[in-house]
Design a protein. Structure first.
Length: 336
């Protein structure tokens, strides 16, 4: 069997961390987690789409759903978050889930999909077919592009770490004191924040982060998960989601905003719309998973973040099914 796409944290099929001595005994359930989207590199993901058998099958299904070659558009894209980049990330995530089921024998009890991961989660639990999710992803991308062409053109979502709550509150107070716009867009871990601001405020925000002992990671354009984008939510609901009828999920899904358990189609629809104008909160997801008795999470997708968070590693045994790791010679060539 081809195991080129299997990359558990320990380079084996064993969980990445030993059981915690303080674990609750009945935390025996397993969750599949589809990660939020990071910048998608065509050289890495494009190669995976061509060579991995699970990805090739999903790519063919996506092409049929779209009526064009997704790979060709992804190769030509010059934006890390273009519609084709988003669909490529979705395909890769679903292919890795397929591999987890076939090669790891994964039979999850629970599902979660923070941020963009909601889309793969919706397909995995059967609330929408994969073809429907592919089309919905393309239509949402166009809807967002149209919205941000006329609104919040100068907004970005900045991600940063190592800023505890008190200094973070002081940063927000600085914005409040100057009457500057911001929206909290997410909390991923202790001291790990997502904040949406005007681009002209970005240098000042980075200076405040550094002064607090924090570290700036990256900025996302277009911005995401901000309460100010309520009109985008209404636009997406009217222009995109109205054409899709969701089904009840086959597995319980943990909401990425408040950690509640989603068990029916109406709640799935609400959760997917909430992503436009409500901040994501990974600690709430972790608490929700633990409340369902989850002790192991399998992160399926090209993830550089969620499986590495201290909160994730300290709360669960973690198995990753991601992009194949680069061989030493390949790393040397890329570094030359």
């Amino acid at each position: 069997m081809d195991n080129s796409g299997l990359t558990p944290d320990t380079d084996s099929t064993a969980p990445s961390r030993p059981p915690h001595s303080g674990d609750v005994p009945d935390r025996t359930r397993t969750a599949i987690v589809f990660p939020g989207m990071g910048p998608s590199s065509f050289p890495e993901i494009g190669k995976f789409l061509l060579l991995d058998p699970y990805a090739r099958q999903r790519l063919a299904e996506a092409d049929e759903a779209l009526g064009y070659s997704l790979f060709d558009r992804f190769r030509a894209a010059d934006d890390d978050y273009s519609a084709s980049s988003q669909i490529a990330f979705l395909i890769a995530s679903m292919a890795m889930a397929d591999r987890a089921v076939d090669s790891l024998g994964l039979s999850p009890d629970v599902c979660a999909g923070p941020s963009f991961g909601q889309k793969a989660a919706a397909a995995f639990v059967g609330s929408l077919s994969f073809a429907e999710v592919v089309r919905l992803t393309a239509e949402c991308a166009r809807c967002e592009e149209d919205y941000f062409a006329g609104s919040y053109q100068d907004a970005v979502t900045h991600c940063f770490v190592r800023v505890p709550q008190e200094p973070f509150d002081a940063i927000l107070a600085d914005f409040d004191g100057r009457g500057a716009w911001y929206d909290v867009s997410g909390r991923l871990d202790t001291g790990f924040h997502m904040l949406s601001v005007q681009e002209k405020e970005l240098d000042g925000l980075k200076a405040l982060i550094s002064a607090a002992g924090g570290y700036s990671m990256y900025s996302m354009r277009p911005p995401v998960h901000a309460a100010s984008f309520a009109e985008l939510r209404r636009k997406a609901e009217a222009e995109v989601f109205g054409a899709y009828e969701l089904a009840d999920p086959a597995l319980p899904v943990v909401n990425d905003v408040d950690g509640t358990v989603v068990r029916d189609a109406a709640a799935m629809r609400t959760m997917m719309l909430d992503t436009f104008d409500r901040p994501i909160h990974w600690p709430n997801v972790v608490a929700g998973l633990q409340g369902l008795g989850v002790g192991t999470v399998c992160v399926a997708g090209p993830d550089n973040l969620f499986h590495r968070l201290d909160l994730t590693k300290d709360s669960f045994e973690v198995v990753t099914v991601g992009l194949p790791k680069k061989r030493p010679r390949e790393r040397e060539r890329r570094g030359a």
